[in-house]
Design a protein around this ligand. Structure first.
Ligand code: AMP
Length: 186
């Protein structure tokens, strides 16, 4: 977890590589569908371009299908999911069904102005459709309204691991591995 621009995608790949599990990014799956022009992509794009969340029903169904894939049988890392209370409940049901359990919920803690700055920089290099200033601000608001309450939910369950997300990518990775009690391969 962490607001847009916190570095979730970058760090997710390092963690997933370490554990030999897939990093499942709902944002990436949506973007792939958008570029392939699938019906899911056409539907999702309307919300993404406005900085809003794709409706839970669509997102949940997509995640359920993805974690059903053979490569996720021995575990997976979710990047950008769950993002709403309804998704938390749905995820509980899904992993209960598949026999998995949540080991940890990692939250990257970052300063709001800093992430907006990062996203504006990313807009110049990657040119994502949802990286315009208005949309960036809306995405931060949506995160605050709909996703930040989830931090408390996972804290109460004793699963929350909060890590300072500011600094070099390598530094943040090290903090994450320390917090998760992981010894990285050199
Ligand atoms: P991300 O790359 O994770 O920032 O996601 C990009 C966009 O995809 C978000 O702004 C949402 O429109 C959509 N999205 C990604 N994950 C979710 C989710 N769990 N629930 C709803 N919408 C999502």
């Amino acid at each position: 977890m962490g607001p847009p621009g916190a570095g979730k995608g970058t760090q997710a790949r390092f963690i997933a590589d370490h554990f030999g599990i897939p990093a499942i990014s709902t944002g990436d799956i949506f973007r792939a569908n958008v570029s392939e022009g699938t019906p899911l992509g056409v539907e999702a794009k309307r919300y993404m371009d406005a900085g809003e969340y794709v409706p839970d029903e669509i997102t949940n169904r997509m995640v359920r299908n993805r974690i059903d894939e053979p490569d996720a049988a021995h575990g997976f890392l979710l990047d950008g999911y769950p993002r709403t209370v309804a998704q938390v409940e749905e995820l509980d049901g899904m992993i209960n069904f598949t026999g998995h359990q949540l080991d940890a919920v990692l939250c990257l803690v970052v300063d709001k102005d800093e992430v907006v700055k990062r996203l504006l920089q990313r807009a110049q290099t990657e040119g994502r459709a949802d990286d315009t200033e208005d949309v960036i601000r809306r995405r931060q608001e949506v995160y605050l309204e709909q996703t930040s309450p989830l931090i408390e939910v996972y804290k109460e369950r004793g699963l929350l691991v909060e890590v300072d997300g500011l600094g070099d990518v390598d530094e943040v990775t090290k903090r994450i591995f320390d917090a998760l009690d992981v010894v990285p391969e050199s």
